[in-house]
Design a protein. Sequence first.
Length: 95
Amino acid sequence: MGDFNARIGTTDSYAINLINNIDLTFRSTRKRCDKIINDEGNKLINFCNDNNMVILNGNHGSDITGFFTYTSNNGSSAIDLALASYEMCELIKDF
């Protein structure tokens, strides 16, 4: 899909509310280590909202804390995000 370098901090897409009503394997509140949001993150959240997409990082499966996906001498961030459509979420067993 692309490399947005999006940092979404504590923000989540609206579709997660729909999933939480039907799928108990998704967490009601997305966990995250990266607390920073940037302009690219806002754009990605808007894209998710417009297309009923869910952010898997910190919401589902093995990623229980929303781990950092990038670390350097300048710090750490979670910019490598996995997205799924609302309809596909029931097929995801682990992430």
